[in-house]
Design a protein. Structure first.
Length: 316
């Protein structure tokens, strides 16, 4: 099975080998037709076994719905699928719930949930030319559920084929596991077939609900789209009054002492401050400015006759 849709007008039905199939609902030839399932709200909910020999009911007396009349007995029986099956008819909301046993709840290794169904054209609940539909839902142990419309994935529920008598032929409905990604496929608690929501009235035959095939490896999820790097946020500018400029505190290099002269002192370059409390702006002590106490006398200053420190003067 490739999982690809068949061409229009072609029906498909597949039942895999026992080793790769887990049956959920198989109608027994004798005994309870629901086989542990719970049916709610159906106008008709029973099993039937068509007989391929002459159209008569099976040995247990359960007959499938047949054509009310036919121009020739050759066209009877209308049901051409000779297997035990359920006949379900609804006039409103109805459901068929099949619980899974504790050891059969992990269905993550299967490639499909399948069933076989057909529309009972001879039942007046099916309008002529209208495709029937119902939901196939899985419910996990946490109560999450994922319903899938059967008619979306199969032609099994279209009006029966045939120009004189429309035959009832069970056709396959195959649902891939990715349609149930919303639930935990390792902990499936039940399968529910829900009727009356997509088509308010109807009648179908149903058989062979099972998980089968081997799950295909799924491609890895694509990486998330790369996000453009955000530009670094600008550093906030300092607010408030500007900081006062400080005088340079490095000690100036030593220079050889200039020879003293007895006469008038020769002008020398201005002295630099060595500590806070400069005598003038920019940290330069100029001639005529009072000398800070922190500046040693030998660094700068010369004594004039008036006692003021002048450029080039000797220390006092």
């Amino acid at each position: 099975m490739t999982g690809e849709a068949a061409p229009s007008g072609v029906g498909t039905s597949f039942i895999g080998p026992d080793a790769g199939r887990r049956d959920v609902l198989v109608v027994p030839r004798d005994g309870d037709p629901l086989a542990g399932a719970t049916a709610t709200g159906f106008a008709v909910g029973d099993g039937c076994v068509p007989d391929p020999a002459d159209g008569a009911p099976g040995t247990d007396g359960r007959a499938c719905p047949d054509a009310p009349s036919a121009p020739d007995p050759f066209f009877l029986p209308a049901n051409k699928s000779w297997t035990p099956q359920l006949t379900l008819a609804w006039d409103g909301a109805a459901s068929l719930r099949v619980p899974l046993t504790e050891g059969a709840r992990d269905v993550s290794g299967f490639g499909a949930l399948t069933l076989r169904a057909a529309t009972n054209w001879m039942d007046g609940r099916n309008p002529a030319g209208i495709t029937q539909d119902f939901d196939v839902a899985l419910v996990d142990a946490d109560g999450r559920e994922a319903p899938v419309p059967a008619a979306e994935l199969s032609r099994a529920l279209v009006p029966g084929a045939g120009s004189i008598v429309a035959h009832v032929i069970l056709d396959g409905v195959r649902i891939p596991p990715e349609r149930y990604d919303a639930i935990d496929l390792r902990r499936v608690a039940a399968i529910e077939l829900r009727f009356g929501q997509r088509t308010p009235r109807g009648s179908i035959d149903l058989a062979d609900v099972a998980f089968q095939e081997t799950a295909r490896p799924r491609p890895p999820a694509p990486p998330p789209p790369s996000q453009p790097a955000r530009p670094a946020a600008p550093r906030p500018r300092a607010t408030g009054p500007p900081r006062p400029r400080r005088c340079r505190s490095a000690r100036p290099p030593r220079r050889p002492a200039a020879p003293r002269s007895r006469g008038r002192a020769r002008p020398s370059p201005a002295c630099r401050c060595a500590a806070a409390g400069c005598a003038s702006a920019g940290g330069i002590a100029r001639a005529g400015a009072p000398r800070p106490a922190a500046i040693p006398r030998r660094w700068c200053g010369c004594r004039s006759r008036s006692g003021a420190a002048r450029a080039g003067g000797a220390g006092s």
